[in-house]
Each structure stands twice: as C-alpha cells, then as structure tokens.
Design a protein around this ligand. Structure first.
Ligand code: UTP
Length: 292
C-alpha cells in the first residue's frame, strides 16, 4: 500500500531551547528564512506524501497561519512586480500538502502524542517525522528512503545514523544484521545504554514508517515511572523483538532543532548553501573565522 500520510508531532515543551520556545513552538523556530517545520512538510511532499497531520498543543495558531494563505500580505506583494518571486514562494507554502491538526491535550510523551493520530491514519501505513529533527537531502528526501525500504521488504522502518559514543549513550544502541542497500534487520534496541552495553553505534533519529498496529503497542506501554511520559521507543523496541523492524542508514544531514547548538548548526550550514545569501554569508564566516 502506498504511503501517502505522515504525522509530525510538534507538541513537546521544548525545554532545552527556552526561552525561544516559550510562546513559539520550537518547530516554528527559523532556519534562515523558513521555520523548521516547513522543511519537514517539503520533505514529505517531495516523497509523495499528500496528507500531513501536525500534532500541536500551544502555538497551534502560528503553525496554522503559516500553512494558510495570507490574504492581506499576498495582496500587498502582488501589487509590486519586484516582489513576484517572494509572492509565489509565500503563496505556495499553503499548497504543499493537505495539512490537518490535532491537539495533544496533555504533554505526556511522544508515544502519547502519536496516539492522537489514530483516526487520521485509519488502516494505512504512515510516516512519522519528529517535529524538531530537520534532515536535509535535496536529491532524495530521507522519508522517501525509508518508504522505499518499507515497500521493498514490507516491514516497519526506522531511520538510523552512526553516532558518536557519547550520543549513543543518550539515545540508544541497535543490534542489527545487514540486508544490503544501507538497510538492516533490527533484533534488539537498548535505550540509553551504558558504555559496555553498546552493540553498534547506530541510533534512531527522527524518522519512521510504521503500520497502524503500533497504536496497540503504544497503548500497552505503561507511562515511565519517573517522568509519567509514554515513550514511543518502547513500541519500536517491541516491533524489533517481533522481527518487524528494519533500520535504514539514511543519506542526509540531520539538525536537532530541539537543541541550541543544533539550531545554530542548521542556520550556518543551510545559509552557506542558500542561493540568495550563501556567497555573502561564506565571506562573512571566513572573516569571522580569522578572529577566532
Ligand atoms: P523531545 O523528546 O525533544 O521532547 O520530542 P520535548 O519535550 O519537546 O523537548 P525538551 O526535552 O523539553 O527540550 C521529540 C518530538 O516529539 C514531540 C516534540 O514536539 C518533538 O517534535 N513531542 C514530545 C510531542 O509532540 N508530545 C510530547 O508529549 C513530547
């Protein structure tokens, strides 16, 4: 079955990037000239996804406004022929996909957030893109790489990358067997491993393609005793234990928009490639580097 639906959870509190995320969801923080979530919507559209559910809580209004026509602004831009290109760009934002919204009424973790998408998903396989993980590949969108593996093998797929040991200890380690084409069968996942528990340096980062049976797995996951949050990683672990999870070592550059350093890396690197300001920014960085 073709994957045409995606969900983007964007209802976290974003405490690591406060106070920037106090009144604006971190998913709306800027990378050069677009909010982070627009990069995700564009990635979905480039991979053939037509329907996207954004899971929000606070700041729902700004996300809705961003993916809508903006009559007054657009009429104003239209009057000025010199602003034609910017008008086209602004207008097109609203037409990238059919976008729906649901609220996660309490911030009870990613697993809990994903449950709010059940009615939207119905009986179809669907993609999940974590709202604060921007992953750039301008040739082949990363979610498309995962969908290809899903279509080829008929199993759920998670996106992974080899990470430095310190990061693996914060995320997770995977026991895998290679199947070819950067695709692996996942046998086991250990969350937040100690150094001597690390099996591989593959960690799960921000993208999944799954089937609706994950909803039952999430429902069977008790809230974490310390945080009260329902972790999605436990449902993913169960998929692995049942032999129904593949990992794709995706080709793309990932930026963590839930982290201050990640936000600056995204802005710097994407600015360097930007058609309008790339050259000027490169000169600026070179000059700045001389003073460091
Ligand atoms: P994070 O793990 O980064 O959680 O969420 P967070 O609460 O936003 O971040 P910190 O640790 O307080 O800084 C990963 C993704 O899942 C969403 C977030 O919006 C983010 O895109 N999420 C998380 C939800 O939608 N609901 C939740 O209850 C938790």
């Amino acid at each position: 079955m073709k994957v045409t639906k995606a969900i983007i959870p964007a209802a976290g509190l974003g405490t690591r990037v406060l106070p920037a995320s106090k009144a604006v969801p971190k998913e709306m923080l800027n990378i050069v000239d677009k909010p982070a979530i627009q990069y995700l919507v564009e990635e979905c559209a480039a991979a053939g996804i037509t329907d996207i559910l954004i899971i929000t809580n606070r700041g729902k209004g700004v996300i809705e406004d961003h993916f809508d026509y903006s009559f007054e602004l657009e009429e104003n831009l239209k009057k000025n022929p010199a602003k034609k290109a910017i008008y086209d760009e602004v207008h097109a934002v609203a037409d990238k996909a059919n976008i729906f919204y649901v609220r996660q009424k309490e911030t009870k973790g990613l697993g809990h957030a994903i449950l709010t998408a059940e009615a939207f998903v119905g009986n179809e396989p669907f993609a999940i893109l974590y709202g604060d993980d921007v992953i750039i590949n301008n040739e082949k969108p990363v979610i498309g790489q995962l969908i290809d593996a899903f279509n080829k093998y008929g199993k759920c797929v998670t996106g992974v990358k080899e990470c430095p040991t310190e990061q693996v200890m914060k995320y997770c380690t995977l026991d895998v067997t290679a199947l070819g084409d950067d695709t692996y069968q996942v046998h086991k996942i250990i969350e937040k491993p100690e150094r001597d528990q690390i099996i591989s340096n593959f960690s799960i980062l921000g993208r999944n393609v799954v089937t609706p049976d994950v909803f039952d797995l999430i429902r069977q996951t008790p809230p974490n005793e310390k945080t009260g949050e329902v972790y999605f990683s436990e449902a993913i672990s169960t998929l692995a234990e049942r032999g129904n999870l593949l990992a794709v070592d995706f080709d793309g550059k990932r930026y963590d928009m839930g982290d201050k350093l990640g936000i600056m890396q995204a802005n710097c690197e994407i600015a360097l490639d930007h058609p309008e300001i790339g050259e000027g920014f490169r000169e600026y960085i070179k000059e700045l580097a001389k003073t460091l």
